[in-house]
Design a protein around this ligand. Structure first.
Ligand code: C2E
Ligand code: CA
Ligand code: CA
Length: 273
């Protein structure tokens, strides 16, 4: 900034002030939301493709503001990540989802799974494993019912540390799922090394199955290779009967998408159980 000329420097620093002010305002609003319990979890059912059985849900956060407006995670998760507030928010998500899973009595049923999204920033916390383990103890949820959805983003930089963290998580008994598979860098052998239990084929591939023969081929290849590595595959963003039938015919284990269910409130899920 020092190298910039007089006028431009003033302009630049005003911009910076604006950015800092905006960031602080957002941080305050998110902190307030956390304290006032304005966050809410929705749950999107996951269906076993061979028989249509409800096998689990993915917890998806929403922000119901004081004015009653429902804000989608795409709008505030990036800001929560930027400010570091994703750490306490993410912990709230894991605790709330675990409590909910127990109250749906899947504590003893390893065949009903609760998936939660873990952001890279959250995963970087040195005591992340410890916190997850404390929540499991506190809520009494069987660890194998909890699935942590990670993204390829967590693994790129510090591969050794990632492997150690994932190993520790496997030791406490939780499952790991690779979210948005196919959009990032990881190969299937990489997944194997990270001891991932399942992968979720990115929504963009599912949407493209019938528009592009290469996307259909990619989905088929992922399913075939995952099968040989004993990885369970979940397709998300399944919106049509044709997509569902294609996935079922090609051995995709689980399905999530509007074709079956949208994200539901906990009351709506209760009516399905
Ligand atoms: P994601 O993990 O890939 O979640 C799937 C998103 O796709 C959800 O959007 C879901 O509502 C939407 N979806 C599900 N089925 C369909 C379908 O058939 N068609 C279409 N078009 N969309 C479908 P949502 O709930 O808005 O969440 C967006 C993203 O925000 C999530 O993407 C995830 O990355 C993030 N997110 C949500 N909850 C949390 C959370 O608790 N913690 C963190 N760190 N991130 C979260
Ligand atoms: Ca997810
Ligand atoms: Ca996803």
């Amino acid at each position: 900034a020092k190298a910039l000329g007089g006028n431009r420097r003033t302009f630049y620093s005003e911009e910076m002030v604006d950015a800092v002010t905006r960031k602080l305002a957002v941080e305050l609003a998110l902190r307030h939301a956390l304290e006032q319990e304005e966050f809410q979890l929705y749950y999107q059912p996951q269906i076993r493709s061979c028989d249509g059985k409800l096998v689990g849900v993915e917890a998806l956060i929403r922000w119901r503001t004081g004015e009653g407006e429902l804000v989608s995670p795409g709008e505030f998760i990036p800001l929560a990540e930027e400010t570091g507030l994703i750490v306490p928010i993410g912990e709230w998500v894991i605790r709330t989802a675990c409590c909910q899973a127990v109250s749906w009595q899947c504590g003893g049923k390893a065949d009903f799974q609760m998936s939660v999204n873990v952001s890279p920033r959250q995963f970087q916390e040195p005591d992340f494993v410890h916190r997850v383990s404390a929540i499991l103890e506190e809520t009494k949820l069987s660890p194998e019912c909890l699935v942590l959805e990670i993204t390829e983003g967590i693994s790129i930089q510090e591969e050794e540390r990632t492997v150690a963290m994932l190993t520790a998580l496997k030791e406490i008994g939780v499952q790991i799922s690779m979210d948005d598979f196919g959009t990032g860098y990881s190969s299937l052998s990489y997944l194997h090394r990270f001891q991932v239990d399942s992968l979720k084929i990115a929504q963009s591939f599912i949407g493209g199955i019938f528009n592009s023969s290469s996307q259909a081929a990619i989905v088929k290849a992922i399913l075939a290779m995952a099968g040989s590595l004993n990885l369970k595959v979940i397709a998300e963003g399944v919106e049509t009967k044709e997509q569902f039938e294609f996935l079922q015919a090609n051995g995709c284990d689980w399905i999530q998408g509007y074709y079956f269910y949208r994200p539901l409130t906990k009351e709506q899920v209760e009516r399905l159980l």
